[in-house]
Design a protein around this ligand. Structure first.
Ligand code: FO1
Length: 323
């Protein structure tokens, strides 16, 4: 069964690694590239790399990003030279960015470079950038428009976000690899990543929503997992961002953002009372434990999600389209 997961960083990487344990080579992860940035002349792709290190079993579990057991000798020396080092790049992580940047300069496409990095780390699944074009997520705060990592890392997600934009999004397109993955998908899963700045850019790539709709028309179930549990984001600023942008900071608020896109929605047991208002949006719901605190939790949620998606495909296709 070919599984496509749409993912941002940590939450998406955790679920993707659970799916990998079950689906192996039949997994394709489409990752957000709106968080990408240039540091010290190198292109860094945080969401791709978080998924990369998770699927390779190299991820730093305590930190949530980067490589386990990392050292920071280069970052320390960069600081000696007066370089800004608020975005901490570890020594082994830097090798990823050096190789990526060199191959892009040599003329390879971002998707080709990403796939080569994955093969080198022994990953059998595919992690595809949402596009080969350049998209920059920016947030409007009281201090004006900030690049995403300036807001997220440098300012510790402290400024209130009044608006979000994805610069460059209008002119980018999904890659042939993304089109092929969605065309071959047996199930599409929207990971419990930030719905606005992680999943938002992926869905905003022109043609992406249409490709998902075409999959649904072939009776491919599309299911999402809420990253908001008990009104709070398990990690990151999604809860505060939802509120400041006028949405509910709840599983229901997330489901509303995905209305019309999904057949099924997975929410945590602590939010069970939201199942019926979410169902009223035209989605079938599944209430389970969605917190992935260890490997077993990742695989358990992945199995729950895939079993749920399989159940949605009845005689008449996913329930949203039954007449
Ligand atoms: N997050 C931090 O909070 N501080 C950092 O210094 C930092 C460095 C970093 C380097 C490489 C990388 O791939 C990710 C890194 N992250 C860091 C995480 C990243 O900024 C965010 O988790 C994502 O962009 C949010 O999806």
């Amino acid at each position: 069964m070919s599984v496509v997961v749409l993912a941002g960083g940590v939450g998406g990487a955790k679920l993707a690694s659970g799916v990998q344990a079950l689906a192996g080579t039949d997994l394709t992860v489409i990752v957000n590239t709106g968080d990408d940035l240039k540091r010290h002349g190198l292109l860094v792709c945080p969401d791709h790399d978080t998924v990369l290190y998770n699927l390779a079993g190299l991820d730093d579990r305590d930190q949530g990003w980067g490589i386990r057991g990392e050292t920071f000798a280069v970052a320390d020396q960069l600081a000696v030279y007066g370089e800004e080092t608020w975005f901490r790049l570890g020594d082994r992580d830097l090798a990823t960015h050096i190789v990526r940047t060199a191959r892009l300069r040599a003329g390879d496409r971002p998707t080709e470079v990403a796939l080569a990095l994955q093969r080198s780390l022994g990953i059998a699944a595919r992690i595809l950038p949402m596009t080969d074009g350049i998209v920059m997520t920016e947030v409007l705060t009281d201090d004006g428009w900030l690049e995403f990592q300036e807001y997220f890392v440098h300012r510790h997600q402290a400024p209130e976000v009044h608006e979000v934009r994805f610069r460059g999004i209008d002119v980018v397109r999904p890659t042939p690899e993304v089109h092929d993955a969605l065309a071959a998908a047996a199930v599409i899963v929207v990971a419990p990543s930030n719905p606005i700045v992680s999943i938002g850019p992926i869905l905003a790539v022109p043609g992406l929503r249409e490709a998902i709709a075409a999959a649904r028309a072939r009776r491919v179930p599309v299911v999402a997992v809420s990253g908001i549990v008990g009104g709070r984001a398990l990690r990151g600023p999604a809860d505060r961002m939802l509120t400041s942008l006028g949405h509910d900071s709840s599983a229901l608020g997330v489901a509303r953002l995905y209305a019309g896109l999904l057949d099924g929605f997975v929410l945590d047991a602590v939010d069970a009372e939201l199942a019926s208002p979410i169902a009223a949006l035209g989605m079938t719901t599944l209430v389970v434990d969605t917190v992935m605190s260890d490997d077993a939790g990742r695989v358990r949620l992945a199995r729950d999600v895939l079993d749920f998606a399989a159940r949605l495909v009845g005689e008449d296709g996913p329930p949203g389209r039954r007449r």
